[in-house]
Design a protein around this ligand. Structure first.
Ligand SMILES: [Zn+2]
Length: 353
């Protein structure tokens, strides 16, 4: 095992960022290579806790000589975001300096461009340098897990259709309740990895990528950071790695994935019709019917007509909910996974900014 640090010069004098990277050398060159990172959105720590317990298991596996494929783990991928405390609150999703989402604007390159990602780094800001380092590491692997979480959420993942249904083993191993099939049309980390693989050969875009996987895993909500769930999730990743032949050892057959599988177009993003206090009537994990009351917004407190009802547009499963209890007009309240496409207009790419 090798623990190294990537050092990234800050954009102001006297600052530099250090990013610990854990590498395990596999014994079999033909075994899948793995890259796992957590907390790219720096306030999303369930994956960091998972990584801590997974690394404990990997150190033991390394001592036992059972690691077959190369494994790289970056348990806290965004030191720049981790440092952004703004009036006492961690701002882990957007870079305060450039106003960009830490998980957008990854370079969309072909796999062959990997070797040039670190050329002329002086031309790039610290944030872009970090993104280039992370993408470069991921493109050296076959299986890429980017560990995130939602606000309040069930266990689910964004998976490009190109990897489905092969990736059902990961969904089962992590006991996911839903999989959102994405169209690979954004510049999020996971999709930049998929983009490079699809464009491996110049002019011939691949649509299926057997043996490869790049996924954004949403490990429940931001507050769901507990020893029990972190150990359970680490065990889930462990079973996935055993099943894919990255680690040698006895493994039980994973159960068949029984969660919902829905294209992004079938996610109803429930938005607040007006500003006000949010009273949720329904929780994550609950199934709703079309017309069910899911929330009340107290738009004009004390007024006879001050409460505004929010109802489910169609039958579905409530996968996420915001944790704030104040809504601005049109702000997100819930994601409901449904059987039919949403009637709302959706731009290609990610659901959220
Ligand atoms: Zn995230």
């Amino acid at each position: 095992m090798e623990i190294s640090e990537i050092i990234i010069a800050g954009d102001t004098p006297g600052v530099e960022w250090r990013l610990p990277v854990f590498r395990f050398k596999g014994r079999r060159p033909e075994a899948p290579r793995v890259y796992i990172q957590a907390a790219l959105h720096a306030n999303e720590l369930p994956g960091t806790a998972l990584s801590h317990f997974l690394l404990e298991k990997l150190r033991q596996a390394n001592a036992d000589g059972v690691i077959l494929g190369d494994i790289t783990v970056v348990p806290q991928a965004n030191p720049i975001g981790s440092a952004q405390s703004h009036f006492g609150e961690l701002q882990g999703r957007f870079d305060l300096g450039s106003r960009t989402n830490f998980n957008r604007d990854f370079p969309l390159i072909s796999l062959g461009g990997r070797d040039n990602l670190l050329d002329d780094l002086d031309r790039h800001s610290a944030m872009d340098r970090l993104k280039r380092h992370l993408l470069r590491m991921a493109l050296g692997a076959d299986l890429v897990l980017d560990l995130h979480c939602d606000d309040e959420g069930m266990q689910y993942a964004y998976i490009d259709e190109a990897f489905w249904p092969e990736a059902a083993d990961l969904a089962a191993a992590l006991d996911m309740k839903a999989v959102f099939l994405s169209d690979g049309e954004s510049s999020a980390f996971e999709e930049a990895v998929g983009h490079a693989w699809k464009n491996e050969t110049e002019g011939r875009k691949k649509t299926a990528l057997p043996g490869r996987l790049s996924v954004t895993v949403e490990l429940r909500g931001t507050r769901d950071v507990y020893p029990e769930t972190a150990r359970k999730d680490a065990e889930g990743v462990w079973q996935f790695l055993l099943g894919r032949g990255v680690i040698a050892g006895p493994h039980t057959d994973l159960p068949t994935f029984a969660g919902k599988v829905v294209p992004l177009d079938n996610i109803e993003m429930i938005r607040a019709p007006e500003a006000g206090a949010i009273l949720f009537h329904r929780d994550i994990g609950e199934s709703v019917k079309a017309g069910d009351l899911v929330a009340t917004i107290i738009a004009r407190p004390g007024m006879p007509d001050g409460a505004v009802e929010v109802r489910a547009p169609q039958d579905g499963l409530i996968v996420t909910r915001v944790s704030t209890r104040f809504a601005r007009r049109r702000s997100d309240l819930m994601k409901i996974a449904c059987a039919q496409p949403s009637g709302a207009v959706r731009k290609p790419g990610t659901l959220e900014a």
